[in-house]
Design a binder for this molecule. Structure first.
Ligand SMILES: *[C@@H]1O[C@H](CO)[C@@H](O)[C@H](O)[C@H]1NC(C)=O
Ligand SMILES: *[C@@H]1O[C@H](CO)[C@@H](O)[C@H](O)[C@H]1NC(C)=O
Ligand SMILES: *[C@@H]1O[C@H](CO)[C@@H](O)[C@H](O)[C@H]1NC(C)=O
Ligand SMILES: *[C@@H]1O[C@H](CO)[C@@H](O)[C@H](O)[C@H]1NC(C)=O
Ligand SMILES: *[C@@H]1O[C@H](CO)[C@@H](O)[C@H](O)[C@H]1NC(C)=O
Length: 268
């Protein structure tokens, strides 16, 4: 069909592969969030960490350049002609280290560095290497009422302030929560508790994770009996003889349910 692939091995040095050479990359220590093993083809690393890109010797390397591709935009990170110090693009200025003897490139990663990278010489270039740069997650913030009346519905929302979470899960007093008729997870950030009971009191932990990090935060929820609060008040009211007033007030309190978890009201 295509004679070219059959001829290529003859043109290249014996034993060499027919495919274009590839870049190898690894995250350098110290980087507590990313995997430090070297990878070919693609690598996931974290904002703030340093990545070392290396390439095998290329034909025509009297001049080389490290290049990037982002969508339809191509650019030169650094070009080097062996007689002068390398020229570095302003996008990567002050955060790349180039080794002039082995042509490797170290990059201190920023948000937005998720791109394709390659080393190009005069006659040959490596294949594109895909670098995924992920921002480590900061501690999430749980928003909700910490003092909730028994029988009412309540919700806790877990907000990630920095980075993008791929997964959310919840624990209560250190035990993983599973969904049930009364415990529901909505839009993956929100925990809904329907018809809260005293036994729902406790420490709720929201755990968030992405490819390079995991973080968590806890929240103390206290569910109290309405009657505990209302009984002394009722007695006082009885003493002053305004029983009707209490009745009306009691009814109004009953109706003021937090209708936070709409799916829940269907079940009621
Ligand atoms: C680096 O920049 C200088 C000045 O702009 C230019 O003369 C030189 O050719 C460049 N070197 C390479 C390798 O691109
Ligand atoms: C550059 O790479 C060579 C060969 O791997 C190594 O011996 C040398 O120490 C490196 N230079 C620097 C400045 O790290
Ligand atoms: C090349 O140079 C870099 C930086 O100086 C060094 O870390 C690396 O071990 C060297 N060798 C190879 C094969 O990349
Ligand atoms: C959680 O985020 C805080 C910043 O909000 C950070 O200092 C801490 O190191 C993170 N924890 C983990 C385990 O990544
Ligand atoms: C959150 O849930 C929505 C659907 O409710 C889904 O499309 C989205 O991918 C989820 N996001 C995460 C980070 O889990």
């Amino acid at each position: 069909m295509f004679p070219v692939p059959l001829l290529l091995p003859l043109l290249l040095a014996p034993g060499s592969a027919t495919v274009a050479p590839g870049v190898t990359a690894r995250t350098l220590a110290p980087c507590y969030s990313a995997d430090l093993r070297p990878a070919a083809g693609s690598l996931v690393s974290a904002v703030g960490c340093t990545v070392l890109l290396t390439a095998p010797a290329l034909r025509g390397s009297r001049a080389v350049s490290w290049e990037y591709r982002a969508g339809s935009e191509d650019g030169v990170i650094l070009s080097y002609g062996f007689h002068h110090p390398p020229n570095v693009s302003h996008l990567y200025e002050k955060r790349v280290t180039f080794n002039e003897s082995n042509l490797s490139l170290q990059v201190v990663l920023q948000r937005g560095d998720s791109r394709l990278y390659r080393l190009r010489a005069l006659e040959e270039a490596t294949t594109w290497f895909h670098l995924h740069v992920v921002e480590p997650l900061s501690q999430p913030k749980i928003v909700g009422n910490s003092w909730v009346e028994a029988g009412s519905n309540t919700k806790l929302v877990c907000n990630v302030l920095q980075g993008k979470a791929d997964a959310y899960w919840w624990m209560k007093n250190g035990v993983l929560l599973v969904e049930s008729e009364r415990i529901q997870f909505v839009e993956n950030t929100t925990l809904c508790i329907l018809r809260a009971s005293i036994s729902d009191s406790g420490y709720y932990t929201c755990i968030v994770s992405n490819a390079v990090s995991q973080n968590e935060t806890s929240f103390l929820l206290k569910v109290h009996h309405y009657t505990n609060v209302v009984l002394p008040v009722m007695l006082t009211c009885v003493v002053i003889g305004s029983l009707a007033g209490v009745f009306v007030w009691y009814q109004r309190r009953e109706d003021s349910c937090d209708n936070c978890c709409r799916t829940g009201s269907v079940l009621l």
